[in-house]
Design a protein. Structure first.
Length: 282
């Protein structure tokens, strides 16, 4: 029996994310930066993560089988990304990244209410190999989503530093950018996220290729999902090798990250979106 199934409380996580964003936007900058207020926000994010996580689990892993689709995938990715941010923010709080991650979670958590997904496999829930593969894949894409949002923030920061972006001096965006760590620190954090995310992505991609019959009940198929997953893997691999060999950094690294992440989304979300929404096939 669902504890917080999407049938009755589908809008609850997105509503809570929205209320939290409104609350944050209504507070003055000095208040948001205080230690007491920061602890309150961390507690609020944790409680919403618990509600969102329980609801997702009960709506995806059902007694009837594994219910999934592009909307559930995006919601899970957003949940993992926010969970990683929540943990990271205890050591390096980045208010601007918090806004991006919360807004991403707000949008994605509402999607399963609009798109219910499909019953993929009645035996998937009881298959530990499939469930393990699914969990690792979700964590890897969620972590790389956080890295992509981090890269977008770096791009805005870099353009602002070079005065290629018109920002009002006393605007909220200007304050967010002022509070960011130096670009070198941001870049170091970005690659730390990429190293872990790429390791998990490698495990996901190659376990899927080698154990397709065991995981999915069918032999390996070289379809669009596989092609985009491999393109993404090679792009991330090339980025990491270039970082190690020639110290790749700056705008080129950011563009590389965003290109690789776009291919990853096309593989794990785009393929299901085309099937479910455009072609209306399972």
């Amino acid at each position: 029996m669902d504890i917080l199934g999407y049938s009755g409380f589908g809008w609850l996580p997105s509503t809570l994310y929205l209320l939290l964003l409104i609350f944050l936007s209504s507070r003055p900058k000095e208040k948001v930066e205080s230690a007491t207020f920061s602890g309150l926000i961390q507690t609020a994010i944790f409680l919403i993560l618990v509600i969102h996580g329980v609801q997702l689990h009960d709506s995806v892993f059902t007694p009837q089988g594994f219910v999934f689709g592009f909307a559930q995938d995006l919601s899970l990715i957003a949940w993992v990304g926010l969970a990683f941010y929540w943990f990271q923010s205890w050591f390096l709080p980045i208010a601007s990244l918090r806004w991006l991650v919360l807004f991403f979670a707000l949008i994605c958590s509402a999607l399963p209410t609009l798109f219910s997904g499909t019953l993929i496999s009645p035996t998937a829930v009881s298959d530990p190999w499939f469930k393990g593969h699914f969990i690792v894949a979700t964590i890897s894409v969620g972590l790389l989503s956080l890295a992509a949002m981090h890269a977008m923030l770096m791009s805005v920061q870099d353009r602002a530093l070079h005065r290629q972006l018109a920002i009002l001096p006393n605007s909220r965006i200007a304050h967010w950018l002022e509070d960011l760590p130096p670009l070198m620190t941001m870049e170091s954090l970005l690659f730390n996220l990429l190293y872990v995310g790429f390791a998990l992505l490698s495990l996901t991609v190659f376990s899927g290729l080698l154990f397709s019959q065991t995981l999915f009940g069918k032999p390996f198929v070289f379809d669009h999902k596989t092609i985009f997953a491999l393109i993404s893997w090679f792009l991330f691999a090339g980025l990491i090798v270039a970082r190690w060999r020639v110290g790749l950094r700056g705008r080129v690294a950011v563009r590389w990250v965003l290109s690789a992440y776009t291919a990853l989304l096309l593989a794990y979300v785009g393929s299901r979106f085309v099937l479910e929404v455009i072609l209306q096939r399972v």
